[in-house]
Design a protein around this ligand. Sequence first.
Ligand code: FAD
Length: 317
Amino acid sequence: MTTLVLVEHDGQHPEPASQQLLAAALQLGDPVHLLVLGAQGAAVAQAVAGWAGVGQVLLAEHPQWAAPSAETLARQLEALMPGYRTLLASHRALHRGALPRAAARLQAAYLSDVLALPAPDRFVRPLYAGSVLAEVQTHSARRLLTVRPAGFAAASGTQTPCPVVALASVEPDARTQLERRDAASSSRPDLGRARVVVAAGRGVGAREHMGLVEQLADHLGGAVGASRAAVDAGFAPNAIQIGQTGKTVAPDVYLAFGISGAIQHLAGIKDAGVIVAVNKDPDAPIFSVADLGLVGDLFEALPALTAGLPAAPTGAA
Ligand SMILES: Cc1cc2nc3c(=O)[nH]c(=O)nc-3n(C[C@H](O)[C@H](O)[C@H](O)COP(=O)(O)OP(=O)(O)OC[C@H]3O[C@@H](n4cnc5c(N)ncnc54)[C@H](O)[C@@H]3O)c2cc1C
C-alpha cells in the first residue's frame, strides 16, 4: 500500500514538478517513496530525501537514464511495481510511452493525464480536449498514473532526510535506441515552466512577424508559444506548439496574439493564471476565457505593450 513517485530532475536539482507530484501522492494517504533515475542522481536523491512526507528514496544511477527509452523505463517500473500500489509520474511523452507498457505487463490499471485525486480510488481526467472532466474509479490492485503536475500545489516542508537506497538498474531494452537528439537551444525560459508565455496564432500572418512576439517575450522574461495553425503555417517551430497535441503550459500570465481560442488550443492553457488576449474579432472564442481582452490589431498592440510594460529584471523567468 505504498505510493512511488518518479522524480523529475536535471541531474543536479529536482524539478518543481516533483514537489507537485509529491503533493498529489500524499493525497492518496499511503506511505510515499521517491524514485530517482539518472546518469548522476546522488545529489538529487539527497535533496528529495529531506522533503517532508517521503519515507524512502530509491536511487538507480546508470548512463542509460540520461536518455532512456520508454521500453527500458517500462522494464525498470515493472521490476519495482510489485512492491507498490500506485505509481505517479508526470504526464510527459517518455512516461506516456513507458507507463502503459509496464501496466500491461503487470495487468495493472493505467490512468493518463490525471488532474485531481478526489478520493484514493478516484481520478479526474480530461476528455475531448478538456471540455469534459471524467471522474473515474479503479479497483485494480496496482495503478500507474501520469499526472499533470500543475494541478497540484507543490508540497512544502522538510524533514530529517529519510534513507536513500541504491537500486540496480535493469538491462536496457536494446530493441530501440536513441540515435540523436535535436533540441532547439534557446535563452528563453522553458515553455512548460515559464511564468510568462507570449503566444502567437495564425493572425501574426508571417514568420517575419514573430519577431514582435519574441521582443515582448524577451522584454517580459517569458517564453514564446504558438497555436497549431501558426506552426502549420511555418511561423513557429513545432516544439513551441501549445494545446491538445502540443505542450501544456501553466504560466502566471498567458498573452495570446491573433489566436482564435479553439478548444484544442485552450486545452493547453487550462492551468494558466491571468489570460490576456488580443484579437481583432470581438467574437473570437478566446475572449470567453480571457481575463483581459483587447479587440484590436496585434501589430499595434505588440509594440505598444513592449514599449509600455515594465521590463522583467534580468534573469527573471
Ligand atoms: C485533433 C486536433 C488537435 C489539435 N491540436 C491543437 C493544438 O494542440 N493546439 C492548437 O493551437 N490547435 C490545435 N488544433 C487546431 C485548432 O482546432 C485550431 O485550428 C487552431 O488552434 C487555430 O489556430 P489559430 O487560433 O492560431 O488560428 P485561427 O483560428 O485562424 O485564428 C486566427 C485569429 O487571429 C485573429 N487575427 C487575424 N489577424 C489579426 C490581427 N492583425 N490582429 C489581431 N488578431 C488577428 C483572427 O481574428 C482569428 O481569431 C487541433 C485540431 C484538431 C482537430
